[in-house]
Design a binder for this molecule. Structure first.
Ligand code: ADP
Ligand code: ZN
Ligand code: ZN
Length: 710
């Protein structure tokens, strides 16, 4: 006797076999089981999706047979499968692609024997539980936030200033859930784990009493073996707390009762390739799914109690999407405006705007800012200066003939790195040594144009070289950016130096504005943030505001100091309303203005957008494909089409990367369902179009739903 199964495997997004495939099996299997099946000439990992009554349209003699079952791994739950189904549908990718990408890669590689060994390996859990840990007394605001959260029946947004103690609220909310139910699991998501090493430790300390191995991390920085181990711990329910990056939102968590999304506004929650999902949005959806399932169970005879899965988003500068959801009542807003330990009336760092139009021409750092930094050094306090450009200079140029350090493979300049005298493309990685002379005219006097963090570091060192610390030793300037922290452990080592007070002035990219809790920094400066004020990217102001607020939050965490800490912003547009809102520390005011503009322009969160993107060797071909796609949609009269506007095909701002020409077309609708319906119907049309001989040379196309930038 044989059984028929629908099984999902890692099929590419746009192949004609995007759905589950039908296989035969000698034993009865259930949905959610992991299996190995033949695909072409390979044997691949698959997930049983459904049990069929028969072979369907598949000729029985063509049927392929399940080769093996991954014994010892419990079925993936119905709600996990529903989540994957939703994500694949919403983000217009194949089920198999999303499902298999959500599983640890090593599951695909290990054979049955190796896997059995892994499963047997002791997890280190000795079943011992310890005494409950010490916890700080909650502040009034924390208390109120937790009460509000406990009483709400919808997603909550913790709108909390930097240093207001959001983490403690997460910990308490988690504690409550874990105590109430011995099977409960909590997922805590962060944008980037490297930037928050303290958080993992705090979770571990707080939940150590639950037994060893109850807190695990899940992110792409883990080794394949570690990742499998964490995933299995989450899937088996052994792990009670999972700390992860965006990928963790798709982990199997059978007891999930709470999802925390810290820094929910952070762009890293949006995956930028493959299935371009938003982990924050999926968290909301996932909690709803889980809650529905729990409610259905509770309705069943014998079940007791009201159980659900909750979501807690947190940010000092929420995304416009989440803020609008609070305004419209879909989410509950919980406010924590005060820093822990701040005196009454302390409204955070003082924001000083420097009108660069009034400063000496060409000044990199305005004299009053330098003066303020010098004072800090004299007092033994630290300053942090950030500039979002690594390297020495963004361009190297010949002033005789006009040659510039263009990347031969991208529509971008290569950046001059002085430390190793290289020209490096930050988009494709192409690098070689700085030429002795101009490649075009031989002029040996090539000049760096513009400024990156390396040059800023050099500059600060030079300008402040006469200064002495209180103990008479010379001043030390440090730099933290992607270049200075390439090696393993380097970031931590450099952060430690800052914490130990070995660095007086820290120069870096926005990397240093995130997460770290620098106690002794009392001055933060943004050297050149103007680029984002007039960017064509509609989210640029939102991001700039978040970045500056976050940076300001780095200053003056030192509670005992008498003088007020400062945030300096150098700008040629000191009267820009964004800066005025920053000066007042007024995120709600900024959001009001921003949301009005978005609404007027029909942009998210009011309008709904997606991008059809095409990559090809020539820009013409990429755009031709997009135009043909629009034409085909029109001719086919796709459902939802009357409510979707298609804009003309345009090159991306960064048009060519690694010799690939990139183009895109914007889709916009006031109705999310109409846009969804339209894209779902468009998919097969696009797949078909791609097969036409004219489009054979196309490299790829993809839909990006709810893109971050357009
Ligand atoms: P946020 O994430 O909101 O920026 P944190 O959670 O990092 O703030 O808290 C800021 C600091 O205050 C941390 O050092 C934290 O240990 C401390 N803290 C938080 N809550 C309390 C409390 N109730 N009592 C004392 N210290 C607290
Ligand atoms: Zn030249
Ligand atoms: Zn390049």
């Amino acid at each position: 006797m044989s059984f028929w199964l629908d099984i999902v495997v890692a099929t590419p997004a746009h192949s004609s076999v995007a759905g589950p495939l039908t296989y035969e099996s000698e034993s009865a299997l259930s949905p959610g089981q992991l299996v190995r099946v033949p695909l072409g000439r390979r044997e691949v990992l698959g997930v049983v999706w459904a049990v069929r009554a028969d072979a369907g349209t598949l000729a029985q003699d063509k049927a392929k047979t399940v080769r093996g079952v991954l014994e010892g791994i419990a079925e993936l739950s119905a709600s996990w499968r529903a989540l994957i189904g939703f994500a694949a549908g919403y983000y217009q990718r194949s089920l198999g692609e999303v499902a298999l990408a959500a599983l640890p890669p090593q599951l695909r590689e290990l054979d049955t024997l190796q896997l059995a060994r892994r499963l047997k390996r002791k997890s280190g859990d000795d079943g011992q539980t310890g005494p409950a840990p010490e916890r700080p007394m909650l502040s009034q605001e924390q208390e109120a936030a937790l009460q509000g959260f406990a009483g709400a029946d919808k997603p909550a947004l913790l709108f909390g200033a930097t240093g207001s103690g959001k983490t403690e609220v997460y910990l308490r909310a988690a504690e409550e859930v874990l105590q109430a139910d011995a099977q409960a699991q909590v997922l805590v998501m962060v944008p980037e784990i490297n930037l928050t090493p303290q958080l993992q430790q705090r979770l571990q300390d707080r939940f150590a009493h639950l037994g060893a191995g109850r807190v695990v991390a899940l992110h792409s920085g883990l080794s394949p073996a570690q990742r499998l181990k964490s995933w299995l711990a989450a899937h088996s329910g052994q792990a009670r707390v999972v700390l992860g990056t965006r990928m963790a939102v798709l982990a199997s968590l059978p007891g999930l009762r709470l999802i925390v999304v810290d820094e929910e506004h952070d762009p890293s929650y949006k995956q930028q390739e493959g299935a371009r999902y938003s982990a924050r949005d999926l968290a909301i959806y996932r909690a709803r799914l889980e809650s529905q399932r729990l409610a259905a169970q509770a309705g069943a005879p014998g079940a007791a109690g009201e159980r659900s899965c909750r979501v807690l988003l947190g940010s000092a500068t929420p995304s416009m999407e989440s803020w609008q959801a609070c305004l419209s009542g879909r989410y509950l807003r919980l406010d924590m405006r005060r820093r822990i330990g701040a005196a009454a009336g302390d409204s955070g760092p003082e924001v000083k705007l420097v009108d660069m139009g009034q400063q000496p021409r060409g000044a990199v750092l305005a004299p009053p800012l330098l003066q303020a930094m010098a004072e800090r050094v004299g007092r033994g306090e630290q300053s942090l200066i950030f500039l979002n450009r690594r390297g020495y200079a963004p361009v190297l140029a010949c002033h005789d003939c006009g040659w510039k350090s263009q990347c031969p493979h991208c529509s971008a300049h290569r950046v001059f790195h002085k430390l190793d005298r290289s020209l490096r493309c930050h988009h494709c990685g192409y690098a070689d040594p700085v030429p002795r002379g101009c490649p075009d005219c031989g002029n040996v006097d090539l000049a760096p144009v513009g400024r990156g963090t390396e040059k800023l570091e050099e500059h600060v060192q030079l300008l402040l070289s006469d200064l002495r610390r209180p103990d008479g030793s010379p001043l030390k300037v440090g730099r933290i950016d992607a270049d200075s922290t390439r090696g393993k452990g380097e970031l931590q080592a450099q952060l430690d130096q800052v914490h130990e007070g070995q660095v007086d002035v820290l120069v870096g990219t926005q990397m240093i504005t995130k997460g770290h809790d620098f106690r002794n920094i009392t001055l933060v400066a943004a050297v050149n943030p103007d680029g984002s004020l007039f960017s064509s990217d509609f989210r640029a102001p939102e991001r700039l505001f978040a970045l500056l607020m976050q940076a300001a939050g780095r200053a003056g965490r030192k509670a005992e100091q008498g003088s007020r800490s400062q945030m300096w912003v150098q700008t040629f547009h000191p009267r820009h309303p964004l800066f005025a809102a920053l000066q007042r520390g007024d995120y709600p005011g900024f959001a009001d203005t921003e949301l009005q503009e978005r609404q007027a322009a029909g942009l998210p969160p009011f309008g709904h957008i997606a991008l059809l993107r095409a990559d090809a060797r020539s820009q013409e071909l990429a755009q031709d494909f997009l135009r043909a796609a629009a034409q085909a949609a029109l001719e086919a009269g796709l459902p939802g089409g009357e409510r979707v506007s298609l804009y003309p095909a345009v090159p991306l701002t960064l048009q060519r990367v690694a010799d690939v020409e990139r183009a895109q077309m914007l889709l916009e609708s006031t109705s999310r369902p109409a846009l969804q319906q339209f894209m779902a119907a468009w998919q097969p049309v696009l797949t078909e179009l791609r097969r036409q001989s004219a489009f054979k040379p196309l490299i790829r196309w993809a839909l990006d739903v709810d893109p971050l930038s357009i």
